[in-house]
Design a protein around this ligand. Structure first.
Ligand code: PMP
Length: 326
């Protein structure tokens, strides 16, 4: 018999899938690391499990404990799966711009959910960063995960996602392109790939309304770069410790409209029913066209599944209301 002992053992070892139509104008091979095959339907299962197991090992998370995290949904899902299997209480603190589906899904896997306003500064007591921190001081035997600054986030991708991509491309990967939020994915995968071959180029995809690109180019944390945006999962108004700017070769910014339109196009033209950051990632990759040549092997990572966006990017009324389609 061949089986996993619990759902957590099925995390990782996701397929690498060639893109055909959307990338036809590019001279190179483009492969997608297809992370929706994880049990929580996103790449974040990997880092969630790593963070929980490292916290158990270091004694931060004890039997009967409560896991608390500020999460846009996918990390919460991964943490919730780990909490169910390992027997912890799970509280997710989420911002009100996230889709209702994401909140309902978290509740479905046993998580408690606190919803906080999006348009307040990170240090405002109402922000989801502040609320998560406050709950962690109020609830006994609780552990605040802090995926932004928790080194186990990057470590998960250094130990699993990066090595998988290296092996699946037979060491031929030349470029890695990925959306950046906490930075765990880009820093872990990018760090591993550059350790194998320092010539691998690592590109981050950023949003308009986020600080990353300007900071990378100038070293200036420019508050004028910060304003509300629609794209989910990527871009930040803070500099998470998990973003290792030194190993990133550059950022490209994708508009909310393009991210939404390309999320639809991935589904309709490649049969890839994916989340909004996948649309941003593939559009960002297309914007980098002049950096790629014939023998290159470009890997793009797609973080999460389309089912979480059926009320938004996959709803034409919503798309029309936003002015993204005619
Ligand atoms: N896309 C989605 C849908 C996500 O949930 C996240 C995590 N915030 C990202 C991209 C960015 O990944 P990372 O946090 O590893 O930079």
């Amino acid at each position: 018999m061949e089986y996993a002992n619990n759902i957590l053992e099925t995390i990782g070892n996701t397929p690498l899938v060639k893109l055909n139509r959307l990338t036809s104008e590019l001279p190179c091979l483009v492969l997608a690391k297809y992370e929706t095959f994880n049990p929580g339907n996103s790449v974040k299962d990997r880092m969630a499990l790593q963070m929980v197991e490292d916290a158990e090992a270091s004694g931060l998370l004890k039997a009967g404990g409560t896991i608390i995290e500020g999460t846009s949904g996918n990390t919460g899902m991964g943490l919730a799966l780990a909490a169910v299997v390992k027997g912890y209480r799970m509280i997710c603190v989420i911002s009100d711009k996230q889709s209702k589906e994401k909140i309902d899904i978290l509740k479905a896997v046993g998580s408690e959910v606190h919803v906080c306003p999006t348009d307040v500064a990170p240090d405002d007591p109402r922000s989801y960063y502040s609320t998560a921190r406050r709950l962690a001081t109020e609830i006994p035997n609780s552990w605040y995960v802090n995926q932004y600054d928790n080194p186990s986030n990057t470590k998960a991708h250094f130990l699993s996602t990066g090595p998988e991509i290296w092996k699946q491309t037979d060491g031929k990967v030349t470029h890695f392109v990925v959306g950046v939020g906490t930075g765990g994915t880009i820093s872990g995968v990018g760090g591993y790939l550059k350790e194998q071959n320092p010539n691998v180029k690592v590109w981050g995809v950023d949003t308009y309304g986020s600080v990353f690109k300007k900071y990378h180019e100038t070293g200036i944390f420019d508050e004028n770069e910060i304003y509300p945006y629609v794209t989910e999962g990527i871009g930040e108004d803070i500099l998470p410790e998990n973003v290792n700017f030194e190993l990133i070769d550059g950022f490209t910014k994708v508009t909310d409209k393009d991210a939404a339109v390309y999320t639809q196009r991935l589904a309709k033209e490649e049969g890839m029913f994916l989340g909004n950051s996948a649309g941003a990632a593939i559009k960002g990759l297309l914007q980098l066209k002049e950096h790629f040549s014939k023998d290159d092997v470009v890997v793009v990572l797609f973080h999460d599944h389309g089912s979480r966006y059926v009320g938004k990017m996959f709803n034409d009324d919503w798309m029309r209301d936003k002015g993204y389609i005619e």
